[in-house]
Design a protein around this ligand. Structure first.
Ligand code: ADP
Ligand code: 5GP
Length: 206
């Protein structure tokens, strides 16, 4: 089988449980690498440089754009967010499946540049549950929660652009399901070109 990893983009409404899900996926399975984005937004309490994000000034970020160091970038609520290229390429070559947790504009740009990318959209089972999770997380004021619920309405318009819809109801089930979907993706025939060529050559020699 071809050894190169798969580029996986995960998007979803704020509060859908993407962060929780990714953390568990990386804990439960070895073969994943999570890309760490660069951003111009300020760190939230508890966030660390190089763990949640690489925190940049606007000038530094624009230099990264100019030097083509980002696979994609987007503006989201007045800040830049982007995916550093070097880490992603290295991990893919090493055979890791690389997960980018990014919003929809970036997701579509990545798919356009790299059509083999797998796009996954994470949603809770109901809109009411989305609100419960945002409230339960306790990290935002009610005003911000309303903004995020409004933003979710817009983001829902893009759900059909994704290859897979992942319903995060029971967390454990969801992590297993996500892993098995990705395993299935490895068996798509177009991902095994080298194997196919090898088999054809061997058969010619028989
Ligand atoms: P996101 O990264 O998509 O914004 P989080 O991972 O921060 O979302 O999750 C939002 C809240 O929902 C957190 O309080 C988290 O503990 C909770 N949560 C995540 N997944 C589930 C689940 N399957 N069932 C119940 N609560 C969940
Ligand atoms: P937050 O500020 O809440 O951490 O992230 C805001 C939004 O930016 C989220 O939807 C998150 O998925 C998205 N995001 C994080 N990193 C990137 C990135 O590198 N590129 C793009 N396009 N979006 C990102």
């Amino acid at each position: 089988m071809d050894k190169r990893g798969i580029l996986i983009v995960v998007s979803g409404f704020s509060g859908s449980g993407k962060g929780t899900l990714m953390k568990k996926l990386l804990e439960d399975y070895d073969n994943y690498a999570l890309s760490i984005s660069a951003t111009t937004r300020s760190p939230r309490p508890g966030e660390e440089e190089g763990r949640e994000y690489f925190f940049k000034t606007t000038e530094e970020f624009e230099k990264m754009i100019a030097k083509d160091e980002l696979i994609e970038y987007a503006r989201y609520v007045n800040n830049y967010y982007g995916t550093p290229r070097a880490y992603v390429e290295k991990q893919l070559v090493d055979g890791k499946d690389v997960v980018l947790e990014i919003e929809i504009q970036g997701a579509l740009k990545v798919k356009e540049k790299f059509p083999d990318t797998m796009l996954l959209f994470v949603t809770p089972p109901t809109a009411a549950e989305l609100k419960n999770r945002l409230v339960g997380r306790g990290t935002e004021t009610m005003d911000v929660i309303e903004e995020r619920m409004n933003r979710a309405k817009e983001e829902a318009e893009g759900m059909e652009e994704y290859d897979y819809l992942i319903i995060n109801d029971d967390l454990e089930d969801c992590v297993r399901e996500m892993h098995s979907i990705i395993q299935g993706e490895h068996r798509r025939s177009f991902r095994s070109q080298a194997f196919i060529e090898q088999m054809k050559q061997e058969l010619k020699g028989e």
